[in-house]
Design a binder for this molecule. Structure first.
Ligand SMILES: Nc1ncnc2c1ncn2[C@@H]1O[C@H](COP(=O)(O)OP(=O)(O)OP(=O)(O)O)[C@@H](O)[C@H]1O
Ligand SMILES: [Mg+2]
Length: 265
């Protein structure tokens, strides 16, 4: 994707500096530094075990890193260290300005409550109590993510994998977040379902000025969605840049390998 985010985006939305993480004695992430701009889609790619999910969780304050800082530009314009916020502030952020789309939709949905309630929950957390409005908004979002609004009272348990993933996206976007973290949102879906979901994400990114950090092992997903990408190997960012630049002219041997292995017949 070559179109750059809007020029008004002159201040980073998220600033990641020297983030590191360990599990026990083992360092699985180090020296992760980059910035994310408002409305920008950033892909994190790399082999299994390279630290993508660890990095994403640290960025989204779902885990406290062993080192480094993650700062978010709040609506007040100030940069705030997300790991220094109180739990209450983190929770508020997580259900207003941020979204998190899990690889496995069952981790991001309440499987035993209705689709409508899944979408309404974040709105209710923000104080919306009017049943009619909640239901109308939920119906609109179902349509927006191409789920038949007649399914509003069904639970996600009765949905297909693709529908669950789209419901998870609706549940996250209903509060108009400015930043959504996604961990492999399209893996496990068949190719045609994947393509429609990617189309939807592109459209929402454009319409809502939504910044997205998307973890993917699929370079085609990065190509289609991301303005910029970072390539990870063994816990380090080995290359970063504009998506087209990295994919067409990779500089690091590992990125070269990644790109060439995808192009093999
Ligand atoms: N809870 C955990 N306890 C111990 N080690 C962990 C834990 N979670 C992840 N790791 C290790 O940290 C490293 C990075 O894992 P991570 O899940 O971030 O990789 P990933 O790039 O997301 O991989 P994948 O593409 O398979 O999802 C791996 O070596 C993994 O084994
Ligand atoms: Mg992962």
């Amino acid at each position: 994707m070559t179109t750059l985010p809007p020029a008004s985006a002159d201040q980073p939305l998220l600033r990641v500096r020297d983030v590191a993480h360990r599990y026990g004695q083992r360092t699985v992430l180090q020296d992760a530094s980059f910035e994310l701009w408002p409305g920008e889609v950033l892909a994190i790619v790399g082999e299994s075990g390279s630290g993508k999910t660890t990095l994403l969780n640290a960025m989204a304050a779902r885990a406290t890193p062993a080192g480094g800082t993650v700062e978010f530009r709040a609506r007040d314009g100030g940069l705030h260290n997300v790991h220094r916020m109180s739990e209450a502030q983190q929770r508020l952020l997580a259900r207003t300005d941020w979204g998190f789309v899990h690889q496995n939709p069952a981790d991001g949905l309440r499987m035993d409550v209705s689709a409508g309630a899944n979408i309404g929950e974040r709105l209710m957390a923000l104080g919306e109590r009017h049943y009619g409005r909640l239901r109308a908004t939920a119906g609109e979002w179902l349509e927006r993510v191409e789920i038949d609004p007649a399914r509003i009272d069904d639970t996600p348990r009765t949905f297909s994998g693709g529908m669950r993933q789209r419901l998870q996206i609706a549940r996250n976007l209903v509060t108009h977040p400015r930043l959504v973290f996604m961990d492999e949102p399209t893996s496990g879906l068949d190719v045609s379902v994947q393509a429609r979901l990617l189309d939807l994400l592109r459209q929402l990114n454009r319409e809502m000025q939504l910044a997205v950090v998307i973890v993917t092992h699929d370079l085609a997903v990065a190509r289609l969605l991301a303005h910029r990408m970072v390539v990870m190997q063994r816990g380090r960012i080995v290359e970063s840049g504009l998506t087209d630049q990295v994919l067409d002219d990779p500089q690091h041997p590992y990125s070269q390998l990644l790109v060439s292995s995808v192009l093999q017949p």
